[in-house]
Structure formats: C-alpha cells, structure tokens
Design a protein around this ligand. Structure first.
Ligand code: SAM
Length: 298
C-alpha cells in the first residue's frame, strides 16, 4: 500500500496538506506587503472541519511572524504562489499555449484569480475528494473562473493520461504544466512517469515548473522547527506523508530529453522580491528547489 493514502478528501492524509497551503495563502493575502493575493483561500480553511481553529490572519497567531509554521513556512507558501503565478502567466502570455495542467491542484484557485488569455483551459488534477470539497466551497461563493476549468479527479499514482485525454487535452497543441508541492508525496516511479509523460505530450514551446526536495535523507530534518511546529500545532506530520524513497533526477532527465531547465532555490526569489524565507540552521527548506523547464521549438 503506498504511504500517502489515508483519507480521500481534505479531512486527513495527504489531502489535508492542501488546507495547510490554503491557510498560508490566506495569511499572505492579508499582509500589507503580500506577494500574492488569493481571496478564496480563507474560505476553504473556514469550511473544513480539519482546519477548525487555524489562523487566516497573522494577527491571530500569538507569536506572529516568530511562529515557524504560520510565520516562516506560511511566507514560503506565499512566495511560492507568487513565483509560480508569474511563471504561468509569463508562459501563456509569451506563447500560444492555451492549455494549462495543474498536477495535485489541491485548493489552488488560479483558474479563478489569474488573468488568463482568451481561450485558456485549466485542467486541475487531484484526488476526487479534494476536488469535491473545492467545488462545494467555490460553488457556495458563486465564484466564476477566468478560464475554462476542467477538473480531473484521478490519482497520480495510477495511469492519469487517459483521463487527461478524455477531458479534452490536445497533445498536438502547446501546453503549460505545473506540479507545485506535489512530487515528494509521489512514489519515485510516479514522478518519473509524470516527467516522461509531460515530455511525450508536449510540443515545442511548452513549459513545465515543478518543486522537488533534494535532501538525501529527509528524516535528518525531523527536529527542524518547521516540521515539529507543523506536527505539534496542527497535527500534520509531513515526514509521514512524504515518500522517503530515493528521488529521481527529474531536472536532469528533462535536460537529457532536450528541455532547457533552470533550477532555483526559494531563497533566490526571497532575495529578488525582498521578502520570504532565508536559510537557517536545521532548515527543512534547505533541499527545496523550483525547476523551470521549456521544451525547445523544433
Ligand atoms: N498544488 C496545490 C497548492 O500548492 O496549493 C496543492 C498542494 S498540497 C501540498 C498537495 C496536493 O497534492 C494535495 O491536494 C493532494 O491531494 C495532492 N496529491 C498528493 N498525492 C496525490 C496523488 N497521488 N494523486 C493526486 N493528487 C495527489
């Protein structure tokens, strides 16, 4: 049985991590110096029993920014949201790509809050229970998407390609792909399959961004403030949800397939934007990398 099964929706297992990111985005949204604003994020947190009592504003956190979870880790998610918003918008506005695929979309509301070019289709892949909760909340808000939005309830450990094709994805047209906060929950074979399949379904000019963790031994950081505060304060033990097997070199694999890739630390973007997390001792973010890849036009 894979490690990250657990509950099917956002009430537990890997699905609850979508609520963690939503809470972080809610906090970021209401900061004066927010790097990203997501007006939907707090509604997910307030609607789910699993996140009862979680903060959605930094002033609701007793020790504020000094709190490793709702201070530094939440700022990490705020920065990540902004950087990947910028990636997606740049990718569609500087190319003819009008298909966007979000792997492990969770409670990402980009299909609603970003300014997409006319004709854009956003495919959202996640497990059925997570997407059902998302629809329930967004329907309750009468939220209107800014692109055509196609939810695809499927488990990425299974063969998801047929579901994407059935949903109308066209491999002959350029595409933009995103796997944000996902790879480390997947078995290595599922990550390799995802990368190989993105390559196979991408025409020249397509783009992909994804997040990986490069640590050889994730458990070496088990006492880090980030992991212990997440477990102690909201009961999410990330290290039991991550797949701890050795990871593939997905950035290297893409380079080998002819893609041009750039690998960044989150801290590169903290320095660029002037806010966000910086390296610290015993840092659970030390191995995080954001990879940006483009398939050259033939
Ligand atoms: N990308 C979103 C974001 O950044 O807001 C969500 C990130 S959340 C940390 C991880 C998401 O990956 C969850 O929504 C979870 O349900 C999804 N996920 C994890 N394993 C999955 C799998 N095997 N198949 C489909 N989705 C999966």
């Amino acid at each position: 049985m894979p490690r990250n099964t657990g509950a099917e929706g956002v009430e537990g297992g890997v699905g609850v991590t979508a609520l963690l990111v939503a809470a972080a985005r809610a906090i970021e949204t209401h900061r004066d110096d927010a790097l990203a604003r997501d007006v939907y994020a707090e509604h997910f947190v307030l609607a789910a029993p699993a996140s009862a009592g979680w903060p959605v504003r930094i002033h609701q956190v007793e020790d504020g920014d000094a709190n490793p979870l709702w201070g530094r880790f939440a700022r990490y998610f705020g920065l990540r949201t902004r950087v990947l918003d910028d990636f997606l918008l740049r990718a569609v506005h500087t190319s003819s790509a009008r298909q966007v695929v979000l792997f492990g979309a969770g409670l990402d509301s980009r299909a609603f809050r970003l300014a997409w070019p006319a004709g854009t289709v956003v495919f959202e892949i996640d497990r059925a229970g997570v997407l059902a909760f998302k629809h329930e909340v967004l329907d309750g808000l009468s939220a209107a998407p800014s692109a055509a939005r196609v939810p695809i309830p499927v488990d990425l450990r299974a063969d998801w390609v047929a579901a994407l094709a059935d949903a109308g994805f066209d491999p002959a047209a350029p595409s933009v792909w995103l796997a944000e906060g996902l790879m480390f929950y997947l078995p290595p074979a599922a990550e390799t399959y995802l990368i190989d399949t993105v390559d196979r379904l991408s025409t020249g000019g397509s783009a992909l961004a994804f997040e990986v963790k490069l640590e050889k031994d994730l458990l070496a950081y088990r006492d880090s403030p980030l992991y212990t505060s997440t477990a102690d304060q909201i009961g999410i033990d990330l290290l039991t949800l991550f797949d701890l097997e050795p990871r593939p070199d997905s950035a290297g694999d893409l380079t080998g397939k002819g893609w041009s890739t750039a690998v960044h630390t989150p801290f590169d973007f903290t320095r660029h934007h002037g806010r966000g997390p910086l390296p610290e001792q015993n840092d659970a973010l030390a191995g995080n990398r954001w990879v940006f890849a483009t398939k050259p036009r033939a």
